[in-house]
Design a protein around this ligand. Structure first.
Ligand code: SF4
Length: 92
C-alpha cells in the first residue's frame, strides 16, 4: 500500500501531538546545557540566584542537586537576597 502525501502529514501531526502530550512541561534543563559548575563565578553563587531553592538545594530550572556555591550561565541575582540575609541576622 502506498502512502499519500496527505496521509504522511496527517501521521506526522498525530506523532507531534503525541509527543506534546507525553513530554512534561516542567522538565528541567540538564546541567551540561547551562554549563553548571560547583564553584562560584566572579563571586556569583547559586545561593543568591533567583532560581535557587535553599530548603532542598535544588534549582527551579536546572536538574539535579545544586551546590549553593555553584553557578551556571542562566544565573540571575535575586533582588531580595540581601533582605533574606538581613532577616536571618535578626532571627539569630
Ligand atoms: S545559577 Fe543556575 S543552577 Fe544555580 S540556582 Fe541559578 S539557575 Fe540554578
Amino acid at each position: 500500500m502506498q502512502t499519500s502525501r496527505r496521509q504522511f502529514f496527517q501521521y506526522m501531526a498525530v506523532l507531534g501531538l503525541g509527543s506534546l502530550y507525553t513530554t512534561p512541561l516542567y522538565a528541567k534543563t540538564p546541567k551540561e546545557v547551562v554549563k553548571y559548575q560547583s564553584t562560584p563565578n566572579n563571586g556569583e553563587k547559586c545561593r543568591e540566584c533567583i532560581h535557587f531553592i535553599p530548603d532542598t538545594n535544588e534549582c527551579k530550572t536546572v536538574e539535579g542537586n545544586i551546590d549553593p556555591n555553584g553557578w551556571c550561565t542562566i544565573y540571575y541575582k535575586d533582588p531580595n537576597y540581601k533582605a533574606i540575609l538581613e532577616d536571618n541576622k535578626t532571627t539569630q
